[in-house]
Design a binder for this molecule. Sequence first.
Ligand SMILES: [Zn+2]
Length: 274
Amino acid sequence: MPELAEVETVRRTLEKEIVGLKIKDIDIRYENMIDCDINDFKSNIKGQNIISLNRRGKVLIFNLSNNKNILSHLRMEGKYFYEPNLNLDNKHVHVVFMLSNGYYLMYQDVRKFGRMWLRNNDELYTTKPIIEIGFDPVLDKSYDVEKIYKEIHQRKIEIKATLLDQSIIAGLGNIYVDEVLFYSKINPHKPSNTISIEEVEKIIKETIRILNLAIKYKGTTIKTFTSSHGVEGEYQKFLAVHTKTICPCCNSKLICDKIKGRTTYYCSMCQGEL
Ligand SMILES: [Zn+2]
């Protein structure tokens, strides 16, 4: 699944290619991917220039010249391709934007979980999906530790499950949660309401550090993620525990189990036993 670092990599790659171009036409081949009336979606997009390409959490925001925005969530397998030729044989391409320079921006999604929304500039941050996205550790330059601590503390579920929910801290998916909790020395099974404010501070600092480093290395290539043009991430070289067997800190055997159905790696020596 593309996580925040991978979505930011997609954004940076696409930004250089499509910003400033006009969307001449749009072809929607799988209508359920669009979260509003298809004709409204098309008529609001056709003929507009792409002013900027932004991001909030894992949502890409294509800002258009008519003060509307296309929001795009890649979910499990969504990918964008920017190419001069249209491949009509690819049955996994569900949305095609025809651009003013003759290129096509194609959205491919093998599992069809991705979604697109249309929002005005003035409702962007007050409506779904953006309103549900918490502190963005890469975009937001300041944060309120007390507020994040209170939100985490209200929950009894395991800390990893709380962090996977994007509403408190955005952008932590399965890979980076394991890394952040390892460097914060917190057991992923620890109940959220037993996490101290000092631990919350560690989680935030490690999240900022690890996500920025992952973006620098263009994300993590595990299984199916490649950004547009097949840019492959290199952060997997730096993973400490996720997909590993031995703790890089104390040489103990790492534990691999499941939290909310997601494969979880941690060291019970370094992160504490429960
Ligand atoms: Zn260890």
